[in-house]
Design a protein around this ligand. Structure first.
Ligand code: FCB
Length: 421
């Protein structure tokens, strides 16, 4: 954390800067459906059928007041076989992006969000240095078609999470135990990011900011003065939060931060959740992830540099929507605090617009502002979608809602009254 930010306190109104981007994020494989050429095969099935329902979904986001949207395109649709590009799929994405622009949305496009064409995976995926070349060749093909409709580029999504799930947890395709594979994958993803950055800058010299989305975690030691715990904090912070940026320095016009996790290191192992005393005041998500709003403040102030920051993902899996309301209010309160402390945050993308396919966890986790009934594909905005709209409309966190936090009053009930007034 830069010295200048330390200890700064401000009690002003929780306004966000003018021009702040408010939106939500999705990724192609998780929502589109009918993706059969990727290394995840047919696992997501029809997913949310957004491939056919994109108009409805984008209109919904617009109606909810969003002024920006983050989404990705699916490489395996566009290049299902090596070197064979499917023009009808390129046309599809052009149509879809044009539609977002027609709705006057700022478009943030992710070029790689976890899935690979099967043929790339068969050749070793990101472990294979040649994949960087395949990726660049693919980008050279599609960028001229889609570039005019994109405002902000995210080259790749969360290299660390990809490596963790594939080579450490081993729950994603091509799982295997190999440190060498992890290192090669990390270096190749860094090189893919740099290549994409340069290519995009050659194509759009006048600008169109380019960045990537990194999973940033907030680390803490359980005991303030434990050497081992402090060492664990420092090493994890360096490897997880800073190493990728270090390897790719000079190739980021903004920092894209996905924030979900807070971890405390305890002398004998890790405690992912606070002790029972703290648990009384802290929510957890349906996935057991701790709700720890202060962590996003710490992450933002720790990463703060001289380039803008976008929170490219932040959200909670919960079937208890009032928990999502509290999550939104508390996390955004911390984002606002970071801004008032001098961090240049320019936008927030809630994960996710709609419930979707959560990788190896399937359809059970409900991250959406909008509920999806997978039987009928019916979309129903949750109350939290309205809380979020309210914040967007005022470009501020309403004090009246904030006051209720901690008083055991359901945000939902109060908001209902407000809307009915
Ligand atoms: C992030 C991923 C995103 C989604 C959320 C919950 O790590 O980028 O695709 O799975 O977590």
């Amino acid at each position: 954390m830069p010295q200048s930010l330390k200890g700064k306190h401000d009690h002003g109104p929780l306004k966000f800067p003018d021009g702040f981007l408010w939106g939500s994020a999705t990724s192609a494989y998780q929502v589109e459906g009918g993706n059969i050429h990727s290394d995840w095969g047919d696992l997501a099935g029809l997913a949310c059928d957004q491939y056919h329902r994109y108009k409805e979904d984008f209109e919904l986001a617009k109606k909810l007041g969003h002024n920006a949207h983050r989404l990705s395109i699916e490489w395996s649709r566009i290049e299902p076989q090596e070197g064979e590009f499917d023009q009808s799929e390129i046309d599809h994405y052009v149509k879809l992006l044009k539609y977002l622009k027609k709705l006057n949305m700022t478009v943030m496009l992710t070029l790689w969000h976890f899935t690979l064409p099967m043929w790339v995976a068969d050749k070793g995926g990101w472990e294979n240095g040649k994949t960087v070349f395949y990726f660049e060749r693919y980008l050279k093909k599609i960028i001229p078609y889609i570039g005019d409709y994109v405002d902000l580029w995210v080259t790749i999504n969360e290299p660390g999470v990809y490596i963790y799930e594939t080579y450490i947890e081993r729950v994603w395709p091509h799982a295997k135990k190999s440190l060498w594979s992890q290192i090669k994958t990390f270096l190749n993803l860094a090189s893919a990011h740099k290549k994409a950055y340069r290519l995009l800058h050659q194509t759009y010299p006048a600008g169109k900011p380019v960045g990537m989305a990194n999973n940033i975690m907030s680390f803490e030691s359980f005991h303030k003065h434990s050497f081992i715990e402090q060492l664990a904090v420092s090493l994890n912070d360096f490897f997880i939060n800073h190493l990728f940026y270090f390897l790719t320095r000079g190739t980021h016009d903004f920092l894209g931060i996905n924030y979900y996790f807070h971890v405390r290191f305890k002398h004998k192992g890790v405690t992912p959740l606070p002790d029972s005393r703290l648990m009384q005041t802290h929510d957890i998500s349906d996935l057991g992830w701790e709700v720890y709003p202060e962590g996003i403040f710490d992450a933002l102030t720790d990463l703060s540099d001289d380039i803008p920051i976008y929170i490219t993902e932040c959200g909670i899996a919960s079937t208890n929507d009032d928990r999502r309301n509290r999550f939104l209010l508390m996390y955004l309160q911390e984002v606002s605090r970071a801004i008032r402390s001098g961090v240049n945050v320019r936008g927030f993308f809630y994960w996710s617009l709609i419930d979707n396919f959560e990788w190896h966890l399937g359809f059970e986790p409900r991250f959406g502002l909008v509920e999806v009934d997978y039987e009928t594909q019916k979309r129903t905005p949750r109350n939290s979608a309205r809380v979020y709209s309210e914040i967007i409309k005022r470009n501020a966190i309403p004090h009246d809602l904030l006051k209720l936090l901690g008083h055991g009053i359901r945000v939902e009930d109060v908001l209902k009254e407000k809307i009915e007034e």
